[in-house]
Ligand binder design. Structure first.
Ligand SMILES: NC(=O)C1=CN([C@@H]2O[C@H](COP(=O)(O)OP(=O)(O)OC[C@H]3O[C@@H](n4cnc5c(N)ncnc54)[C@H](OP(=O)(O)O)[C@@H]3O)[C@@H](O)[C@H]2O)C=CC1
Ligand SMILES: CCCCCCCCCCCCCCCC(=O)OCC(=O)COP(=O)(O)O
Length: 309
């Protein structure tokens, strides 16, 4: 008998077996973690939030769906309840209507959630708006609106729910950021700033709450096929109303929602879920910033020329 058949092959199969067992145990633990967990999802009325709602509902979580449009949320509840899942015990979701850009209503919403469900296991800060415009033409009110929706609203909700998580020494906070939380591209100033702030805040939070066994996951997606570009605000505060090619050709929201579900299940600290170019751009920004800045400046000139201004 040679060395390959007596040592290498048994070692290989043994390692594969241990790996498969490890993955199975991880999967079982994840399913148990998500089953019956109280999961709050902001921006659940459309896009990524809606797909996250479907994924967590199917996993047996107790959902609290948040948004500004109660009709859309009710329709989603009906859609979720119509899906029969014979393998899992699913729950009828609750809905809570509030505007994230109004921090007073955010605090009231947190109280309403705690009163109705007693506690929150997983908070998914997903809601957000994007922006299109030059810095020189954009009023400060527009910068504030984007920051309030994407940054101050989510951190207000997080702060309002945090004490009860600390008390229970249990909880998981997810921030849906963006590749633009790691790199800044021209004509996205308010959006990129809000996402960089999000990344920074939740990185600080992760460090501060680990001692209470609270998890923090920052998810940074690339383009996703949603209404984000349609709903983006422009320099004068009006709705952009265009489905950008990059958005239309992005990943599906269902794909990204699966990544969010797995990231939560595996208690990942952060996930970059994007194509090769955005990922390379993130590395380039860190490894060779001068080249990155030159590329961005040339991109800005080109885009400006294309718009004929
Ligand atoms: N699409 C993409 O290419 C990418 C998206 N992301 C991020 O994903 C997240 C989800 O966006 P996406 O699904 O793409 O876009 P959508 O426009 O489809 O969804 C945005 C959601 O946010 C909610 N929302 C917006 N403003 C407010 C507010 N003031 N108060 C409460 N809720 C609000 C909307 O609810 P309502 O019904 O009330 O309008 C809606 O449910 C965002 O944080 C976005 O930055 C990250 C990377 C890429
Ligand atoms: C060594 C080779 C490196 C090549 C890198 C070249 C740099 C090219 C720039 C690429 C920029 C990618 C930007 C990706 C942005 C993105 O994915 O954003 C996600 C969003 O949040 C989308 O929001 P938006 O409102 O902008 O649609």
């Amino acid at each position: 008998m040679d060395f390959t058949s007596t040592v290498i092959i048994p070692l290989l199969f043994g390692s594969l077996g241990i790996f498969a067992l490890f993955r199975l145990l991880q999967w079982v633990r994840m399913r148990a973690y998500l089953q019956e967990a109280v999961v709050v999802i902001t921006g659940a009325s459309s896009g990524l939030g809606k797909e996250c709602a479907k994924a967590f509902h199917a996993a047996g979580s107790k959902l609290v769906l948040c948004g500004r449009d109660s009709e859309k949320l009710k329709e989603l509840v009906q859609e979720l309840c119509a899906v029969k899942n014979h393998r899992k015990n699913t729950h009828e979701p609750h809905t809570v209507v509030f505007d994230l850009s109004d921090t007073k209503t955010v605090v009231n919403a947190a109280e309403e959630i705690l009163k109705a469900l007693g506690h929150v296991d997983i908070l998914i800060n997903n809601a957000g708006i994007s922006f299109r415009g030059t810095i020189v033409d954009t009023g400060l009110d527009v910068d504030k609106k984007v920051m309030e929706t994407n940054y101050f609203g989510p951190i207000a909700l997080t702060k309002a729910l945090l004490p009860s998580m600390i008390k229970r020494r249990q909880g998981h906070i997810v921030a849906i950021s963006s590749v633009q939380g790691k790199i800044s591209i021209p004509f996205r100033s308010a959006y990129a700033a809000s996402k960089h702030a999000t990344q920074a805040f939740f990185d600080c939070l992760r460090a501060e709450v680990e001692q209470y066994d609270i998890e923090v996951t920052v998810v940074s997606p690339g383009y996703i096929q949603t209404n984000l570009s349609l709903n983006a605000v422009t320099a004068d505060g009006s709705r952009y109303g265009v489905m950008d090619k990059t958005t239309a050709e992005g990943q599906t929201a269902a794909e990204v929602a699966r990544v969010v579900l797995n990231a939560v299940g595996q208690k990942k600290k952060e996930v970059l879920v994007a194509g090769l170019t955005p990922c390379l751009a993130v590395y380039l920004r860190n490894l060779c910033p001068r080249l990155f800045f030159t590329l961005m400046a040339s991109r800005a000139k080109k885009e400006k020329k294309a718009k004929g201004s």
